[in-house]
Design a protein around this ligand. Sequence first.
Ligand SMILES: *Cc1c(COP(=O)(O)O)cnc(C)c1O
Length: 357
Amino acid sequence: MLNFTVGPVMASDAVRSVGAEQVPYFRTSEFSETMFENEKHILKFAKAPEGSKTVFLTNSSTGAMEAVVMNCFTEKDDVLVINGGSFGARFAEICKIHDVSHTEIKLRHGQKLTKEMLYQYDGQPFTGLLVNVDETSTGVLYDTQMIGDFCRKNHLFFVCDCVSSFLADPFNMAECGADVMLTGSQKVLACPPGISIIVLNPRAVDRVKDAHVKSMYFNLADALKNMERGQTPFTPAVGILRQINVRLKEIEAAGGEDAEVARVAAQAADFRKKIKDLPLELVSESPANGVTPVHPLHANAYEIFLKLKDEYGIWICPNGGDMKDTIFRVGHIGYLNHEDNTTLVNAFKDLQSKGLL
Ligand SMILES: *Cc1c(COP(=O)(O)O)cnc(C)c1O
């Protein structure tokens, strides 16, 4: 199997072999040590400011998105949601479910968010801003520094969904002033799905501790309290947390977060160069490194996904909703190299020779 989706992605041999081990009991000092190591690496890789804390939730990353909305905002808030695709729409939907007033800044698929567009909301009584740093459905990377400056000026609580951008695109939590950043296990961390990670800066830690959350499982104050001893309130996905530990150490040994970002960037650049002469159009005005959304000029995007999967054993990522027939995505995250790109591009060329691309 050759997997170019955006998650779950290809995992390294070391990560896979931990997955084959027996899952140990976890109320132990050994497991707490694993959790502290995980926290230390995540805070470093996110370039989080001093005093930041991490919590690990057992759920996919949408659970982290919802937990953040539930713990950081109330009906008294009024937030801006950058909505450039399905993940922006998801944040808006979560706000709606939890009665958090919100205004969507809607973008065309692939459209970049400019300073002019954002500053139309300058000086208005908003209290927070939510953004999916890489809007994975359209591969658009937003400028966290520019958005962070806007949030600082307007005193907005700033939430960054970095699910597909963490370790794929440059991100500096301290410099851009993000209060919260969240990510998950199955994207660049290249582990099985099941764990989401939330990093809270000191201001966010205070906010969460004072929150009155109507939920047992999504109570982040409880999670923070348990994490003081390297534990979680309830049984976590112990096996995946051990795989994450191996993966974080792999990244550190290979040069750390900047080296991993550079590796993903090179993987993306190599792919984009190799498809230049094919009838495939790039979609994003501000391309993120983790994924390349592509519009096939002469063929149906979903048909290409099915053909590659069924006849070549290669998995690209279909799109959902109204992008299903027009756009597919090729991921650059996980355990892939330039040769794998060549294998995929050769399959595209083969389809082209048969009149199917
Ligand atoms: C993958 C992804 C998510 C979360 O998806 P889950 O299926 O819940 O893991 C959220 N935001 C972005 C930007 C993503 O790419």
